[in-house]
Design a protein around this ligand. Structure first.
Ligand SMILES: [Mg+2]
Length: 274
């Protein structure tokens, strides 16, 4: 009888241990699932964000771009009496939005306008490595900075606040040129060119430089890069962005209604392996 009681107690104890272990394992699995992006493609966004946030090589690439820009400015010979300026994009050219990409990937989502507004309204983006000192260098050399961005008018105040956090020059309404009717930046660039001599253009997306790259196919983009190849590192300063851009939408033929599954299929169909 005594032995039976002892066995029952041991059995009860083991059952409790087993139950607690199962519950802990289930909770751990649930937590992990919450942190998992819901499909394979979005892992790509995490990986590119990891590069942007952690790789010293990304940092070096940014320095390399701003150094090329300084070099161009130092060697520039004005051809008119107009005041000198540069034109720069903002996102992934001056500000680092990789936390937004990570946030979306963990939610199992891609970019969408509403969540983007939520992110930009926080004015929480950091500057890219070297951006601040480069823009101060422009200011010190009496070169005005025009920020031409495809952020919307509703993002104006938050965008200015974000840039002002880092004491960036020319962070006022006259120098922040947001998207109005079209994502093409050509008309906005031409407006600046009427009154300023523009030394160079900076961007992470080819459409930041010329209408040669507005909504073009992958082949046209590659051919047009070849056509103006001597401008890169001089008049066109490219910042790295593996996270998003026209390079990605060109892959999907600039169609925005593909499902993630369809995008996966396209990616796999074009990748070279061996
Ligand atoms: Mg950009």
């Amino acid at each position: 009888m005594l032995n039976n009681n002892k066995n029952l107690r041991i059995l009860f104890f083991l059952s409790v241990v087993f139950f607690v272990a199962c519950k802990t394992a289930q909770e751990t699995t649930n937590t992990n699932q919450q942190l998992q992006p819901k499909n394979v493609s979005l892992n790509g966004k995490l990986f590119s964000s990891l590069f942007q946030q952690r790789a010293a090589e990304y940092r070096a690439l940014c320095y390399q771009a701003y150094y090329a820009a300084r070099n161009s400015i130092n060697h520039y010979k004005p051809t008119t009496n107009k005041p000198l300026a540069i034109i720069t994009d903002i996102d992934e050219t001056i500000l680092d939005n990789s936390p937004y990409a990570v946030h979306q990937a963990y939610a199992g989502k891609e970019y969408d306008l509403q969540s983007w507004y939520e992110w930009t309204s926080k004015s929480a983006a950091d500057t890219m490595p070297g951006a601040g000192s480069f823009l101060q260098f422009c200011k010190n050399n009496n070169i005005q900075i025009f920020y031409i961005t495809n952020r919307d008018e509703v993002e104006r105040n938050a965008t200015l606040n974000n840039l002002k956090k880092f004491n960036l020059p020319n962070t006022d309404d006259a120098h922040l040129i947001l998207k109005q009717t079209t994502s093409s930046k050509e008309a906005r660039r031409n407006n600046v060119l009427e009154n300023y001599e523009v030394i160079l253009y900076m961007g992470d997306n080819l459409a930041d430089f010329s209408s040669l790259f507005d909504k073009k196919s992958e082949t046209q983009r590659a051919n047009n890069v070849d056509l103006v190849s001597s401008e890169f590192g001089k008049k066109f300063i490219v910042l790295p962005n593996a996270n998003y851009g026209d390079w990605e939408s060109a892959l999907y033929h600039h169609r925005y209604n593909y499902t993630q599954f369809q995008k996966d299929s396209i990616m796999k169909s074009v990748l070279k392996g061996y």
